[in-house]
Design a protein around this ligand. Structure first.
Ligand code: SF4
Length: 239
């Protein structure tokens, strides 16, 4: 159960979860398996299982104030943005999360490129991306099923690099989390290293207004067809 106070960071061992369909999805061919590349995809999945070193870290920080275009948190942190404030309506806490598949995958992808095995490199890159995404979803589901007290709701996972929060938002995630403990670092470009990593913030609270599903709650009756919740790939968490 998540405590009522801001918490110290918690490190989680997470599994590698990846299937061929996930890789095809990242390759942009979700509904069509290309026979000629089937073996390469299976091989890439096996490689990810063999060399990934998945880990995650998360930390809960209390929300102090939700303004019209800012969210103030304990530990002297503030996230700015109108849509972010909207998604934090009613939130009592924010959970910061970072998850990675480890550095060995990056090394293997670079090695394939250097050897001129470009197709294998692209496919392994996609497999790593799928594994990182699944690992991150695993953490969200863990938090949902094992960590939230009864009656609390979990909102939408906000990720730096989307239209509502530019990539420099990563600095906030890395300020909140000791991501170096799981081998992650933030580059000057605001991208993460290892590359096969994911990060985000999830608002939680008993009175949270917006859930992670744009077809439920407030969203159900909202006419905003251009809302990022409806047009961007949000991760659905079952409340
Ligand atoms: S669909 Fe409407 S209520 Fe839901 S997040 Fe978007 S703007 Fe808000």
């Amino acid at each position: 159960m998540i405590s009522m106070h801001s918490e110290e960071p918690i490190i989680l061992e997470i599994p590698v979860e990846i299937a061929g369909e996930d890789v095809w999805g990242v390759l942009g061919s979700k509904d069509r398996v290309h026979d000629k590349l089937k073996d390469e995809v299976s091989e890439a999945v096996d490689t990810v299982y063999n060399i990934a070193t998945p880990k995650a870290v998360f930390r809960t920080i209390n929300v102090l104030e939700v303004g019209s275009n800012f969210v103030k948190l304990e530990s002297d942190m503030e996230i700015r943005g109108k849509f972010i404030s909207h998604l934090f309506g009613g939130a009592e806490k924010a959970i910061f999360i970072a998850a990675t598949m480890g550095a060995e995958l990056d090394r293997k992808i670079s090695q394939l490129m250097e050897n001129g095995d470009n197709i294998e490199a692209v496919i392994l890159d996609s497999a790593g991306t799928a594994a990182a995404f699944n690992g991150f979803t695993h953490v969200l589901n863990y938090l949902m099923t094992r960590a939230l007290p009864d009656g609390w709701k979990m909102g939408t996972c906000l990720r730096p690099g989307q239209t509502y929060w530019d990539i420099t938002g990563q600095a906030m995630v890395f300020k909140a989390l000791p991501a170096h403990l799981i081998g992650m670092e933030l580059l000057e470009s605001s991208f993460m290293k290892p590359q096969k990593s994911q990060s985000g913030i999830v608002p939680i609270g008993s009175q949270l207004h917006i859930s992670s599903d744009p077809s439920q709650g407030y969203c159900k009756y909202c006419p905003a067809s251009n809302c990022p919740m409806r047009i961007e790939p949000f991760i659905e968490i079952v409340n």
